[in-house]
Design a binder for this molecule. Structure first.
Ligand SMILES: [Zn+2]
Length: 227
């Protein structure tokens, strides 16, 4: 069960390994079984095992003996792909520089890489956490602006309806009131007309202010995106 869980987690995300290792160590501490310790150490080693890009089976010596290479010449003067020797090379040639086993040098290289992996993963995990925080903040800001712009659009639409309703109302008149105005030489309709014009003018001023605010916000958002 634990094995299945570890393998699944490994496939899911590399930067979770540090946390996963603490869980595994806690598990082995609690259950203290040699079998589990060995199994888990094996799995951890597999998880952190560096992967060689080249295929070791395709390593051939400079002399093209077509035999598996077993030795490496530690000589910086030799071209990097010509430092491998097979057993036949070893028997027929003499080297001025130090020769070491291929398996041993691979083991040393992988040990160095393994030691660097944990700090790398911790650094990566911290950076990923910060990026996630950045995503959450951007999503919150997006939600805030969506709500704000929805509210502005709704208010503006209501505004249009209200102005149109006022204009519609101006077209309607009461015969009795108009007759009364006519007899009394009053012009309430004219007063109403002035009131409507003033309302439209006030709305127009508000719209200009509103527009400049929206344009300012647009410029600030563009600036944030550029930064
Ligand atoms: Zn050879």
């Amino acid at each position: 069960m634990i094995v299945a869980f570890i393998i699944f987690d490994h496939q899911k995300s590399a930067f979770m390994h540090c946390d996963l290792m603490s869980k595994i160590r806690l598990f082995t501490f609690q259950y203290g079984s040699i079998y589990f310790n060995n199994t888990i150490n094996f799995i951890i080693n597999q998880m952190f095992k560096p992967q060689m890009i080249e295929n070791e089976k395709e390593f051939y010596c400079l002399n093209k003996h077509l035999q598996p290479c077993s030795m490496v010449l530690l000589d910086q003067k030799i071209e990097k792909k010509q430092r491998l020797w097979c057993n036949e090379c070893l028997q027929n040639f003499q080297a001025d520089s130090k020769i070491v086993g291929l398996k041993l040098i691979i083991q040393n290289i992988e040990e160095v890489i393994k030691k660097m992996q944990v700090p790398q993963m911790i650094l990566l995990q911290n950076t990923v956490q910060k990026i996630k925080l950045c995503i959450t903040s951007a999503q919150d800001l997006k939600t805030y602006f969506m709500k704000l712009f929805d509210s502005i659009i709704r208010t503006a639409e209501d505004w249009i309806l209200n102005l149109q309703a006022q204009r519609q109302k101006f077209n309607q008149y009461s015969f009795y009131d108009e007759l009364d105005d006519h007899i009394n030489k009053q012009n309430r309709n004219f007063e109403s007309h002035i009131k409507l014009i003033n309302n439209i003018n006030r709305s127009d001023n508000k719209v200009i202010k509103y527009l400049s605010l929206i344009q300012l916000e647009q410029r600030q958002i563009k600036l944030v995106i550029i930064l």
